[in-house]
Design a protein around this ligand. Structure first.
Ligand code: PHE
Length: 340
């Protein structure tokens, strides 16, 4: 019986696939799935099987029945009536053309905005030593501030000096790496890379991207930071958007700020979608002397600023883009992605 069923399936599928008009398809449907069709004949014989074969054969029977039904449903070519005339003067159907993912586009746009004012685009490891992710950034081992970065640790042997291996929870690991690469200021870095944190909700995904700016030179002060932020905000979001600095705390900057931009809906007046007219972009501040020391740069001679913001979050604050759930960006749903 098993063999008979399998032969039946092969035969049925071959016939259905090669059927070319709806009538033929209808005939096949009746022949296989109809009331007095072939499958129903089998169904009558099923109860007569010995008990040990019953459930196995029954399952196979069901699988075959739905395979045949699926094949009938998906033979759409045959569903177009033959009689329908083909109009050869109609424009052809173009094969769908893809485009870059919105996050890739945002990364390209951010890079080119910063490259115009002399920042060098770099990329540093996304799996890195504790030293670069935390310790060199003025966060000694077991410092409580580390808890803010819900970090994934890699199960690997520790390095005697650099410590454990982590999935980078922020792009700040590029700061000391860039100081080491260049050896001495001036530094104008834009580091864009993937980051990982133990989080997932409407505004967080376990993997996301950050872009980190770092400028170190003689005489760098907060006005340079503020000017750079204004330049970025007007170029990325548009001339009508403003930015502000709010006091905050990070171990690796002093003073530290949270950067806000005016809301794209109310432009700062205050509405349901923002906090009194403002949306939070991310952290920034003046590089802490201990971080410069980690990178072997003399803090008496040089100063610097840094900022690190999420690419997805920043992108979502563009005017007219209201993405209700950040996770949609990574759902690979073509209907969502086609809108960009
Ligand atoms: N690394 C910080 C974060 O992930 C952001 C930041 C970068 C803050 C640089 C200050 C300076 O939240």
């Amino acid at each position: 019986m098993r063999e008979k069923l399998l032969n039946l399936k092969n035969e049925a599928l071959a016939q259905i696939i090669s059927a070319t008009d709806p009538e033929e398809l209808e005939h096949l449907r009746a022949h296989y799935l109809g009331k007095s069709g072939v499958l129903n004949q089998f169904a009558k014989e099923l109860p007569l099987l010995p008990n040990d074969l019953k459930s196995e054969t029954g399952q196979l029977f069901n699988e075959i029945k739905s395979a045949i039904a699926d094949a009938l449903a998906s033979n759409s070519q045959a569903s177009i009536p033959k009689s329908q005339n083909f109009d050869s003067s109609l424009p052809g159907i173009r094969p769908p053309l893809g485009h870059l993912h919105p996050v890739t586009r945002a990364i390209d746009e951010i890079s080119s905005i910063f490259e115009k004012i002399g920042f060098i685009r770099v990329r540093y490891p996304e799996v890195d030593w504790d030293w670069y992710a935390f310790e060199s950034l003025n966060m000694p081992k077991s410092h409580p501030a580390r808890d803010d970065w819900e970090t994934f640790f890699v199960d690997a042997p520790e390095h005697p000096k650099l410590g454990k291996i982590v999935l980078t929870p922020h792009t700040s690991n590029g700061q000391v790496r860039e100081m080491e690469r260049l050896g001495q200021p001036p530094i104008r870095m834009i580091n864009i890379a993937k980051c990982y944190r133990r989080q997932s909700d409407v505004s967080h995904t376990p993997m996301f991207h950050q872009f980190e700016g770092l400028v170190v030179d003689e005489g760098i002060n907060i006005t340079h930071l503020k000017g750079t932020i204004n330049y970025f905000v007007t170029h990325f979001f548009g001339l009508e958007r403003k930015s502000r600095l709010r006091p905050n705390h990070f171990q690796f900057t002093e003073p530290s700020f949270e950067v806000d931009v005016t809301c794209d809906i109310c432009l700062g007046k205050g509405c349901k979608l923002c906090k009194e007219g403002w949306l939070e972009l991310g952290g920034a501040g003046m590089v802490h002397p201990n971080v410069l020391r980690s990178g072997k740069i003399d803090p008496k001679r040089y100063t610097g600023f840094a900022f690190g913001w999420g690419v997805e979050r920043t992108y979502m604050m563009k005017s007219g883009l209201k993405i209700p759930d950040l996770r949609l960006l990574y759902s690979n749903d073509i209907r969502f992605l086609n809108q960009f």
